[in-house]
Design a protein around this ligand. Structure first.
Ligand SMILES: Cc1cc2nc3c(=O)[nH]c(=O)nc-3n(C[C@H](O)[C@H](O)[C@H](O)COP(=O)(O)OP(=O)(O)OC[C@H]3O[C@@H](n4cnc5c(N)ncnc54)[C@H](O)[C@@H]3O)c2cc1C
Length: 472
């Protein structure tokens, strides 16, 4: 993959560093074969570094095993039921097929093990040494895996995060996103606690698969950090799909009884469910990492503190991805891994630019977003022009589904630059990737206006919005 550049850099790196690294086992020892760790290892090895990667659980990390990948597969599964219903007014008839949880779960497992092998081969392909087992830092240049000790010029911590379930009476009955994909039985009644994107996505998945889902969030409105209009519109649309959304409420206790789990809420209500999924946040995975033996600073939130070059306070130790508590998304961990390896082994000094980052929430319908929320844009740029469009998607005109698309453009009045785009719509994630490129290129509203639309699509609305909805 790194081809000719890799060969040039191989020589560069080996010549420069020869004297200092030859007496160590590795130039780079990566702890964690997740998104960030594998990317860093591959790029560093491509530059000629001698690399080892320790992994104690699963190749590919959270994203491949208990995150993005299985989740998206389950999102696909959850959308078929709706499609069967929507097809009827288009002339399709017959009984809707029956959903079988075991088929989905087992096919997902097979796909993930295929991906695990691919990750292993990717590392083998660049001659990175994969060491299976729990890695513990012994000193600033030594890592132990079991009884074996390895020395390295540089150590990279890419150990990711771990779901956090708070302690309360009955919390032992709660499960996390780690377990939910592989439940032995499909939970016909499911309580989901949390208001972040993961909680919202699981609510959509299990609702779509036919479970009765109650989503509980202690704050006044879920999806904190997203644009305020998106949050309101999402709550309205998700409620229409049948998810019982309850805001301003938390769990007091869970007890196990004859009919399932009884969940006592802070408003006094009791709900009976088959499973309680906690998606209330993740913590840096530092368990047994041996950080007490080195000078790596941990911040107040329990994450490893790093600068923009992923340096910790211990000069030979670096950290990136979820373990640093930044933007906890796979493409961010990948970009950080790439940037780290280029700087440390390839002599390249670019840093990751987090501005105008796109992201999606794979709820039904999807949320897609890039750039600033309206509130953040006002703080950052001052005066704004805001455009919005709310309409019934063409498909729903015949299917009869009561669901509306919402789109919003935020424009910096002074420069005419589009600084935020947000939407709720089928395939919003796919649409927003292209919009993100335009925003990073500095597209102005005038450029959006002179772009020819693709008809008939929902996305064409972005180039036909003319009336200002709000102006400062
Ligand atoms: C349910 C869910 C859905 C998600 N969906 C999305 C999504 O749609 N899009 C998106 O961009 N992001 C998504 N994410 C987030 C994404 O998975 C993470 O941001 C990403 O995996 C972080 O990569 P990382 O390299 O920092 O850590 P990880 O991928 O978590 O990798 C860390 C690895 O280190 C290993 N490890 C830990 N400690 C040790 C040790 N001491 N020794 C050896 N190995 C160790 C772990 O076993 C793990 O394999 C989702 C996360 C979850 C939980």
């Amino acid at each position: 993959m790194y081809g000719g550049i890799a060969n040039t850099k191989r020589l560069l790196y080996r010549d420069e560093e020869k004297l200092t690294v030859e007496n160590r086992d590795y130039d780079l020892f990566v702890i964690g074969a997740g998104s960030g760790g594998v990317r860093a290892a591959r790029v560093a090895a491509g530059f000629g570094a001698r690399v080892a990667v320790a992994e104690d659980r699963y190749m590919g990390g959270t994203c491949v095993n208990v995150g993005c990948v299985p989740k998206k597969l389950y999102v696909y599964a959850s959308e078929f039921g709706k499609s069967f219903k929507d097809s009827q007014n288009f002339g399709w008839n017959g009984d809707a097929p029956h959903f079988d949880w075991a088929t989905l779960r087992d096919n997902k497992k097979a796909e993930i093990s295929r991906l695990n092998t691919i990750y292993e081969n990717l590392l083998a392909g660049v001659k990175a040494n994969v060491i299976k087992g729990h890695a513990r830092i012994v000193d600033a240049h030594t890592v132990a895996v079991g009884e074996q000790h390895f020395s390295a010029k540089k150590i990279l911590i890419a150990t990711g995060g771990w779901p956090h379930i708070p302690q309360f009476p009955g919390s032992e009955f709660a499960i996390s996103s780690n377990e939910v994909f592989d439940l032995a039985q499909f939970p016909k009644r499911l309580a989901i606690v949390g208001g972040g994107y993961i909680a919202v996505e699981f609510a959509g998945i299990f609702n779509g698969l036919g479970a009765q889902v109650t989503q509980l969030y202690r704050g006044p409105l879920f999806l904190r950090g997203f644009d305020a209009d998106i949050r309101t519109h999402a709550a309205k649309e998700i409620a229409k799909t049948g998810v019982d959304l309850r805001f301003g409420v938390n769990v007091q206790s869970i007890t196990s009884g004859q009919g399932g789990l009884q969940v006592l809420l802070t408003d006094g209500a009791i709900i009976e469910v088959d499973a309680v999924l906690y998606a209330t946040g993740r913590k840096a995975n530092l368990e047994g990492l041996g950080l007490e033996s080195v000078n790596v600073k941990i911040n107040d939130d329990g994450n490893i503190e790093v600068d923009d070059k992923y340096c910790t306070s211990e000069p030979s130790i670096f950290a990136l991805g979820d373990v640093t508590g930044g933007i906890e998304l796979t493409p961010v961990a990948l970009a950080e891994g790439m940037s780290f390896a280029r700087r440390q082994f390839g002599g390249q000094h670019d840093t990751v630019d987090y501005e105008f980052m796109p992201t999606a929430v794979f709820c039904q319908p999807n949320i897609g977003t890039v750039g600033y929320t309206e509130d953040a844009a006002r703080t950052r740029f001052g005066k704004l022009r805001v455009f919005k469009s709310v309409f019934t998607p063409m498909k729903n005109t015949i299917s009869g589904r009561d669901q509306q698309t919402f789109m919003k453009l935020i424009v910096d009045s002074a420069s005419d630059r589009v600084v935020g785009v947000h939407m709720i719509c089928a395939d919003a994630g796919e649409i927003m990737q292209g919009i993100a490129i335009a925003l990073r290129a500095g597209a102005t509203k005038a450029i959006f206006d002179t772009t020819i639309g693709i008809h008939p699509t929902a996305a064409e609305e972005f180039v036909t919005m003319r009336e200002v909805w709000r102006e400062d």
